[in-house]
Ligand binder design. Structure first.
Ligand code: VGL
Ligand code: ZN
Length: 237
């Protein structure tokens, strides 16, 4: 594995996000809120040990005509592309997730769930957004009606059994020990992917300029941010 040195000894993405060096991992639970107004394309300290996870940048979420349009989703394309470019330039691997549902699934309101039909496998709405630069493998989730929002794990809707996707292995196989999570949506798949990432031991950064929130209920965005910060995720405002 490359980049085996402890995170605290490296000029890494977390330190870049905090804007200060050598605070060490123990402080990650205490967000520094005084970091607003950084440029969108400011380098995040990408390097080979930092993986970029681009979550569900799909037509149904990011096109105003999409099946589950996330307000402002299209505004994230340029920002996410800037992350992809910075990652590419620095040798950081880039991974993509893609929501990929069957036509009938308990995920959808019509079948007992909560969501309008979206990202049905093979339909135009499930495609990655035009304009998004694709520079890495795509991990599909929801395949065969599996439940859950994280790019790392899926849940069998009948048995409740959770199983891992290939994403965790893919990251460690290429030597990633930290991740940046961007994309859609901040209160669902980005949040759950980031939460799983920290559970799996990856120091994790979520830059808010590179996501948007569904906000099914008012305040879901703030609650999602608080939950991520409580879990030790560096939410970059
Ligand atoms: C998502 C709701 C339903 C997401 C996916 O990508 O955040 N949200 N399916
Ligand atoms: Zn979905």
């Amino acid at each position: 594995m490359r980049d085996g040195a402890p995170v605290s000894e490296q000029p890494d993405v977390l330190e870049a996000a905090r804007g200060e060096a050598d605070r060490g991992e123990a402080d990650r639970g205490e967000p520094d809120r005084g970091e607003a107004d950084r440029g969108e394309a400011e380098p995040l300290g990408y390097r080979p040990g930092v993986g970029l996870i681009v979550v569900d940048m799909q037509v149904d979420f990011g096109d105003p005509a999409g099946g589950l349009y996330v307000d402002g989703g299209e505004q994230t394309i340029d920002v996410v592309n800037a992350h992809i470019d910075a990652a590419n330039a620095a040798g950081s691997p880039v991974f993509y997730t893609q929501d990929w549902h069957p036509a009938d699934t308990p995920h959808f309101a019509k079948d007992g769930g909560i969501w309008p039909v979206h990202c049905v496998a093979g339909t135009p709405g499930a495609e990655l957004l035009p304009g998004l630069r694709v520079a890495g493998p795509v991990v599909r989730k929801g395949v065969d009606g599996a439940d859950g929002y994280s790019g790392f794990s899926v849940r069998d809707p009948r048995t409740g059994q959770t199983s891992a996707t290939e994403l965790g292995h893919m990251l460690t196989e290429v030597g990633c020990h930290e991740v940046v999570v961007v994309g859609l949506a901040g209160d669902y798949c980005v949040k759950e992917t980031a939460l799983d990432a920290v559970r799996l031991g990856f120091p994790t950064v979520v830059p808010l300029s590179a996501t948007r929130f569904v906000n099914l209920n008012t305040g879901d965005d703030e609650r999602a941010v608080a939950e991520m910060e409580r879990a030790g995720i560096q939410v970059r405002r």
